[in-house]
Design a protein around this ligand. Sequence first.
Ligand code: ARG
Length: 563
Amino acid sequence: MDSKLQAAKSLAAILPSLDESAILNLLEKPKSADLGDIAFPAFSLAKVERKAPQAIASDIAEKIDATGFSKVVATGPYVNFFLDKTTVSGQILKDVITLGADFGQSDLGQGQNVVIDLSSPNIAKPFSVGHLRSTVIGDALSNIFQKIGYKTVKVNHLGDWGKQFGLLIVAYKLWGDKAAVEANPISELLKLYVRINDEVKDHPEYDDEARAWFRKLEAGDAEALELWQWFRDESLVEFDRIYQQMNVTFDSLNGEAFYNDKMDEVVELLTEKNLLTESKGAQVVDLTKYGIEHPALIKKSDGATLYITRDIAAALYRKRHYDFAKSIYVVGQEQAAHFKQLKAVLKEMGYDWSDDITHVSFGLVTKGGAKLSTRKGNVILLEPTLQEAITRAQAQIDAKNPNLTDKEAVAHAVGVGAIKFYDLKTDRNNGYDFDLEAMVSFEGETGPYVQYAHARIQSILRKADFTPDATQAYSLDDAESWDILTLLQAFGATVQRAANNFEPSIIAKYAINLAQAFNKFYAHTRILDDSSERDSRLALAYATGLILKESLRLLGVDAPTEM
Ligand code: ARG
């Protein structure tokens, strides 16, 4: 049993005025390690018992059943518990060895679904670093929620609808070249898109034509649909290459276009519920009572629907099809206002499940300290960047371990893992500077650093030809081992916290701490030397390797066994 729980149980048995969970909330970590491992402050009992906290503490220490602890003593107003490190360390190692990769798992979310809206790039536009962040954060959250028992549904809500497709059709018809688009779909389509946006200033008629084409598209016109389908297919081929490199898959590719035939229902429902008002010819929902100044624009004067109309339809569809317990949208901070509106409109429609919707926002990525800007040429093109990370990883591996077999696969795991890890270790609402050199470095708080600790452990285990045995009474009580053991014990609670806060960085930071603790242990202890503790040390190394690998897996990062 977890030692804190054990302490709470023993306390509850002799404290009639407090129950176990109240006691758990009161337990603290003593100010310093020589005072013990767990402390119970007696202050809150002073009123009820009409005694000084000091007297209560010593009374408790005298009466308590100290099973599982080496001693329980009163120090002033505190009852301090000292763990029986020999027993506890053996128990933790036994649990990890028995449960393997299932260690830290729970069934809290059993029978419940979490829908995760992630990645969601826009057709005919480059896959941006924002989409990269959404992809890696969303994918990690899916793994994290699965680990605590939820079923997850990963939806790539492709930006494949909207007036911009009208513009693109006009541009293609004016200047497009089929062969050029086929050879380089996204960059060609982007060129057309940039050009029409430029020229529309002098040719307002392009705008009218674009609106007309999008109307045709919404009405199912064959020519419009055919062009749209082609732009979409070509773009998806490019996106798929990126997803394959990143080893990310989706459960649904239902993008905005998928909701085209589900928009009438949205407008009908809003009308039925008397929520639509007219504003300059457009249909809007007023949200002032939610403290939201701008009304949600549902339908333009020409009848065209908008981004939010499609998101309302998508939310309804997801509730009906997946009956979610939680529905999360991993999208940049800049869309905070949009998701506030979305939640408010759904609430206004009477759907209480709108409370289960969370915008999991994230901060901006800069490069060389400057904001990214296609116009100013400060861009990060994803495919070449992933490739560059792999090449850099390969160079480091060549220098460190030239005889490594399977170098290419390892370089891929390290290069791509480095980019993902660097993103995920950042508190998601903070931005970061895209610095490939720092990302791929084997030093510092990086993915390769954690991967390397894992690979080092596997090499030690191979050398020792060690097989863990759950029936052995392993035991360790030195400070370095103890640091690792406390971390191992905290793994489940850490996963839980990451899920509660939709914050994969909690796992990434945990993995860094665990790798650092192991490297400290490794520097202090000659693991392979002949000693009565040799097997226990190897068991500790084994357990650490297992949880490092599992932490990386939750983040979508591979853990090579050799680097
Ligand atoms: N395609 C949008 C963009 O790139 C992101 C979509 C996010 N998901 C959503 N359901 N609105 O900005």
